[in-house]
Design a protein around this ligand. Structure first.
Ligand code: G4P
Length: 572
């Protein structure tokens, strides 16, 4: 086990007069040193406890939704609660407007905004909350998928009038795959929407997860009166005022005539609804939520500041603190003393004069300290970071230390790729930064023969950043770029030109899917690769990928080679 704090701390205390406090990272005052010398065990126990508490009070999560469901509004209202911002409208939606999908300047502007809102950290009720933002535009869905590898839980926002939309379904697929606990917020209850029970059915069916309503709405749209909080047994009445936060009324006995006084004739309907909820849905069990088999559901209106506090309070109460993370070598536990973390996102600097970028590192264990040396496992190199940034509210500021669960931004000049691991010295590789089969494919060609070196370097670095996926065709050696949408091709072309001085042109390639293949039968696998040679490619990790031209071709391949397993994501 790696919880060898005590011995290590005693060793340090005895050998070093400049003993550093495990929590603050600052040198201890002479007074504190005397205290430590007199009470070493007490100090060790106390600092160990405080170190663990520091980690356990962290909640790192993402809010995800289909564009326009209200993710930005909900995020902003949460920041208002935490006092991290003081005026509504401070959080800019980082979605790229639908009308501007091919306007590069618009993308650039949006990228500037999204670095500031990539991680929003704030303190609330003794918790350190880290909300990870995800791009709204579906062409950057891959970025969102990767962000989900760095969170411990997720809040899904669904528009109650539109129900489950396509992007939500896709994102939920990733949450299911990674067993991330999810909570659902049914938003826009101030508008006419679908019948509540129909919505709950739709959530279960479309998101393929059992739901458990922890609150229940009283009417909707014109007749929306508020919500009954089943979890806390209280009633919160709705007033369509965006500035005030409504107080809840404790309501243990739903059959009390007082309910009529509060919500009039809608009391009868609420009683019937709650009876039905009790009959249809199992009682909430924390372990079901934590094991990602049940999603608690809340109702409200983000725009009107309604239902947010209930959601946030319940969330903080039940959401997991930083969880152990699987590395190839072993499971890494957050409260281990030694720092470890991985890069899940790289944000390029758009200034062509400085090709620096920010690598976002999720801290998986221990404490990260400024100016300490850490091992970059892939490069086998020790690196020191003098200006790591943390994200508090919407400000990016240099930090001296950060704990497991936090995200730090490390200035990078080309050292990092998505998935890279940093540790105190151990050879660790974190698993599961999945790539998904792209939706669009194009051959990339050099348009300036004098710049082929620059082009290759540019392609390599952009792919390392996770801008898109690169496949190399086995048959002709040509490079294929796979993306989720057209916008990514434009981003690549622009950045190759402005950051690397390289020009490219595209040649369309009609493919249905690129899928990773697996087979326990070596002979069958070799046979398949030989027979399908003209459809085989390698990804950047040199894994075999089958390029299927159509669903029919896939079907045929599967029926001819029954033992081959086709994967639509690389995380198998
Ligand atoms: P997104 O980040 O998920 O894409 O959604 P966003 O928060 O930007 O919200 C999309 C639209 O829905 C916004 O309106 C927002 O005001 C509205 N909205 C969010 N929550 C609620 C709600 O509870 N009730 C109602 N009625 N509307 C809500 P917009 O007109 O597109 O933008 P704006 O001009 O209001 O900023």
């Amino acid at each position: 086990m790696r919880y060898a704090y005590s011995n290590e701390l005693i060793r340090r205390r005895n050998s070093c007069t400049k003993f550093r406090c495990i929590l603050s990272g600052r040198k201890l005052s002479w007074y504190a040193k005397i205290y430590v010398n007199l009470h070493p065990q007490f100090f060790l126990f106390k600092s160990l406890k405080m170190f663990e508490e520091e980690i356990q009070r962290r909640r790192t999560f993402a809010i995800i939704s289909h564009p326009d469901a209200g993710k930005t509004t909900l995020t902003e209202k949460m920041l208002l609660f935490g006092g991290a911002i003081h005026v509504a409208g401070a959080v800019k939606s980082n979605k790229i407007r639908k009308t501007a999908t091919s306007d590069w300047m618009e993308i650039e502007k949006q990228r500037g905004i999204s670095v500031a809102t990539s991680v929003m950290g704030f303190e609330y009720n003794g918790f350190k909350i880290n909300i990870l933002d995800t791009p709204g535009h579906q062409d950057f869905a891959e970025d969102t998928f990767r962000t989900l590898t760095a969170v411990d839980s997720v809040i899904i926002v669904v528009d109650s009038a539109k129900g489950v939309e396509v992007q939500t379904r896709k994102l939920m697929q990733v949450c299911r795959m990674r067993k991330i606990p999810v909570m659902i917020f049914l938003n826009k209850m101030d508008r006419e929407g679908k019948n509540t029970f129909d919505l709950l059915d739709e959530l279960e069916k479309e998101l393929q997860i059992a739901v458990c309503p922890l609150s229940f709405p009283i009417g909707m749209g014109q007749t929306f009166k508020g919500v009954y909080n089943i979890f806390e047994k209280n009633l919160t009445l709705y007033s369509p005022n965006k500035q005030t936060i409504s107080e809840s009324i404790k309501f243990e006995d739903i059959n009390s005539p007082e309910l009529e006084n509060q919500i009039g004739l809608q009391a009868t309907q609420l009683r019937k609804d709650l009876e039905l909820v009790e009959g249809v849905y199992d009682e909430f069990r924390l372990e079901d939520y934590l094991s990602a088999t049940v999603a608690p559901v809340f109702f409200g209106s983000a725009l009107n500041n309604f239902g947010i506090r209930e959601l946030l309070d319940c969330f903080l109460h039940i959401a997991p603190c930083p969880l152990p993370i699987e590395a190839v070598e072993r499971k890494v536990v957050p409260v281990e003393e030694d720092f470890s973390g991985f890069v899940f996102k790289i944000h390029a600097n758009m200034d062509p004069n400085h090709r620096s970028s920010i690598a976002f590192v999720k801290i998986c264990s221990g404490k990260f300290e400024r100016n300490s040396h850490y091992l970059h496992v892939r490069l086998g190199k020790q690196l020191k970071f003098s200006s790591p940034t943390a994200f508090m509210a919407q400000k990016k500021e240099t930090v001296d230390e950060a704990f497991a669960g936090d995200i730090v931004g490390l200035p990078d000049t080309g050292n990092f790729k998505i998935g890279d691991t940093l540790t105190k010295g151990e050879n660790l590789h974190f698993k599961g930064l999945p790539s998904f089969s792209p939706e669009m494919f194009k051959y990339i060609e050099n348009a300036d023969p004098m710049k082929s070196k620059q082009l290759n370097k540019g392609i390599e670095q952009l792919m390392g950043e996770g801008v898109a996926q690169l496949f190399t065709h086995q048959n002709n050696g040509r490079k294929i770029i796979g993306t989720v949408g057209q916008l990514q091709f434009e981003v690549i072309e622009y950045r190759l030109l402005h950051e690397y001085g390289a020009q490219c042109h595209w040649e369309g390639l009609s493919l249905y899917k690129a899928c990773w293949i697996e087979c326990s039968n070596e002979v069958e696998l070799e046979n398949f690769k030989r027979r399908k040679f003209q459809y085989m490619a390698k990804d950047i990790h040199n894994r075999d990928v089958f390029l299927a031209e159509s669903a029919y071709v896939m079907q045929m391949a599967q029926s001819d080679f029954k033992e081959i397993i086709f994967h639509f994501n690389s995380d198998f």
